[in-house]
Design a binder for this molecule. Structure first.
Ligand code: MN3
Length: 235
């Protein structure tokens, strides 16, 4: 199979992928949890150019993400966290160490981030578009809110589109490697789209121009994966 076909296939079968399953907060999925795994990237380092450069992708995935995973596994070694899905760990993260919070968060957030980008975006599915329009007024209003959250997060952190327990979509941002699944989050829910705004995510190519990086993100969003996560979160 050609690389491009393979990438398209990921988008369409995402619900069946073991990783999307691992990201789900559904109780039935937890029973089949098979341990924490460092994920494949799913596309080449240069696949998201010109929006994200190959060197940034390579360092981000092989050094930063791998580092969070390794440090999480080291800290979780010998504890029942090795057998516990991250969503469940995050629900009581305030009772865990900073090491688990930062590295468990970094491990989870980057896996979600790689998955919600693609070199070959498809049109946004009707049900996702409608949910966004219902909860934000318009698609542009949502983009504006998400972009503002990403651009104004002070220091290092993430911008999120998430689903609350009421089933409504909301935009939020978190510091460091926190995310909306954590009990420490200001607004809690299931993240379905995330954008890394740490300087390591854009500085090589964009230097101080975070806003340009954020605006370019819309060119590489994998709406199919975001829609699948919305369906899972509401199930
Ligand atoms: Mn990062």
């Amino acid at each position: 199979m050609k690389r491009r076909n393979f990438i398209t296939a990921i988008g369409t079968v995402a619900v069946a992928s073991p990783f999307i399953g691992a990201l789900s907060s559904c109780a039935a999925e937890s029973k089949t949890f098979e341990g924490h795994k460092f994920p494949d990237l799913g596309y080449d380092f240069n696949a998201l150019e010109p929006y994200i450069d190959a060197q940034t992708m390579e360092l981000h995935y092989t050094k930063h993400h791998q580092g969070y995973f390794n440090n999480f596994m080291k800290a979780a070694d010998g504890t029942e966290m090795l057998e516990t899905p991250l969503e469940k760990i995050f629900a009581t993260i305030s009772q865990q160490s900073e090491t688990i919070r930062n590295n468990g968060g970094g491990f989870y957030n980057h896996t979600l981030f790689w998955e919600n980008m693609t070199p070959s975006p498809t049109e946004i599915a009707v049900e996702l578009k409608q949910a966004i329009e219902n909860d934000f007024g318009s698609f542009d209003a949502f983009k504006d809110k998400f972009g503002t959250a990403a651009k104004t997060r002070f220091g290092s952190g993430w911008a999120w589109l998430a689903v609350g327990t009421d089933g409504k979509l909301f935009v939020t941002s978190t510091p460091n490697q926190d995310n909306p699944l954590m009990d420490v989050a200001g607004e809690k829910g299931t993240p379905i789209l995330g954008l890394d705004v740490w300087e390591h995510a854009y500085y090589l190519h964009y230097q101080n121009r975070r806003a340009e990086y954020v605006d370019n993100f819309w060119n590489i969003v994998n709406w199919e994966v975001v829609k699948n996560r919305l369906v899972l979160a509401k199930a």
